[in-house]
Design a protein around this ligand. Structure first.
Ligand SMILES: [Zn+2]
Length: 409
């Protein structure tokens, strides 16, 4: 690794980090569950194992800690040989090396398992996230507010709209004390739910997905909503899409940003074109008072989202999940974005893990490498001074997500 890149990585290691996207549950849930070396192959790595020929049944069996460890390793081994150089697996290996002082291999998996079990105790989030990663807070998505010092929630937009499901809307209405007699009551209902979330102090945004959203007119939506309330047949998509549009506006009015899943899907056997970031263009144009945090560089459409963030003042770019999908793609995307997009709108890191918290560290090591490589290239070409590169790194890792999500740190 060139000296300048190395120097930047070392400087970045001292910087505070806001982990801008996770699925981490409260720590108590992680330590309540049994762990072993296969936990490090949970979340994302399954995607590569299955792509390499493992069956879903084999994968699920590998994830069962009550099964024989040696037998499971014998099943994993040929697939590990095929996938060990992907970015997903690299994060697992970096985590094993950092926390359990061993690389994952045939002669280490049993010892790694012993060490993981011993370390799966209260304080593991502090040790991994705060001590090893210098993470001040992680924005987590587990569908609810979480009581954990290091975590703060981003809730699904469906927590407002209930995806147009009448039972969900009625449950919300009852809880916040709004009478639901027709579409006209829905704004008040969703405003009351947003107010409830803000009062909790534990919600800093909502999560949407890039999807082909229709734009029903108000009369149609009111008619279909009325039919739903009357127990008649109705057009569920008209109701749901209407509420989604309203929720996006109301979130914007409340000053809460909306994170958006764009591009690549986490599992196998999907048509990822269904999540093309282009669906967010009409949505961002229609909701100019709402700030959108476009996730995952829209992989593989990294250039498309770059142009979107350049042209649309209400779109940010978030490299969460990206460095473990492809380090090379993340480097080239970030390098092009720095030419195109205001630096203040680029967010550099989000681990995007649930149970295997150790891999947040592996991912962050890779993120620092990618960011440092891009910035070092600019310093070498004379287009950026070293001090400016440090400032850019700090903005991407800390200042930008703090400002977008209004975090008081
Ligand atoms: Zn995610």
């Amino acid at each position: 690794m060139p000296d300048l890149t190395q120097r930047l990585i070392e400087a970045m290691t001292e910087m505070p980090v806001i982990d801008a996207h996770e699925h981490l549950p409260p720590e108590a849930e992680r330590v309540a569950r049994d762990v072993d070396v296969f936990t490090l192959f949970g979340h994302y790595t399954h995607n590569d194992l299955i792509s390499a020929g493992m069956t879903r049944e084999q994968y699920d069996w590998l994830q069962d800690p009550s099964q024989d460890l040696d037998e499971r390793w014998r099943v994993l081994e040929p697939f590990y040989a095929r996938t060990r150089h992907t970015s997903y697996v690299r994060a697992a290996r970096l985590a094993a090396q950092r926390f359990y002082e061993l690389d994952i291999a045939a002669d280490t998996y049993a010892e790694i398992t012993e060490r993981m079990k011993a370390a799966n105790t209260p304080g593991i989030y502090e040790r991994v996230l705060a001590d090893a990663c210098n993470i001040r807070v992680a924005l987590t998505q587990v569908g609810r507010v979480v009581d954990d010092e290091l975590l703060i929630a981003v809730l699904p937009l469906a927590s407002l709209t209930a995806n147009g499901n009448l039972g969900g809307l009625r449950a919300n209405a009852e809880r916040v004390g709004v009478e639901l007699r027709g579409l006209d009551d829905c704004d008040a209902l969703m405003e009351a739910v947003i107010a409830e979330h803000k009062r909790s102090g534990g919600v800093v945004g909502y999560k949407h997905v890039s999807t082909d959203l229709t734009t029903p007119d108000r009369a149609t939506a009111a008619r279909e909503f009325g039919a739903m309330l009357a127990g008649q047949e109705y057009d569920g998509r008209a109701v749901s899409d209407w509420l989604t549009h309203r929720a996006l506006d109301l979130a914007g009015d409340a000053g809460l940003p909306v994170a958006v899943h764009c591009g690549i899907i986490w599992d196998n056997w999907n048509d990822f074109y269904d999540r093309h970031p282009r669906y967010m263009i009409p949505t961002a144009l229609a909701h100019r008072g709402t700030r959108f945090d476009l996730y995952h560089a829209g992989i593989p459409w990294v250039r498309e989202v770059g142009v979107m963030a350049k042209e649309l003042p209400n779109c940010w770019l978030n490299l969460c999940w990206c460095h473990i999908i492809s380090q090379r793609m993340s480097v080239s995307a970030l390098d092009e974005w720095l030419d195109m997009v205001p630096l203040s709108k680029i967010i550099g890191f989000g681990g995007d893990y649930n149970k295997p918290v150790e891999k947040v560290y592996g991912h962050l090591v890779m993120a620092r490498e990618d960011i440092a490589e891009v910035l070092a290239g600019r310093v070498e070409r004379g287009t950026m001074r070293y001090g400016e590169a440090l400032e850019a790194a700090r903005m991407m890792l800390f200042d930008n997500p703090r400002e977008l999500y209004g975090l008081e740190l």
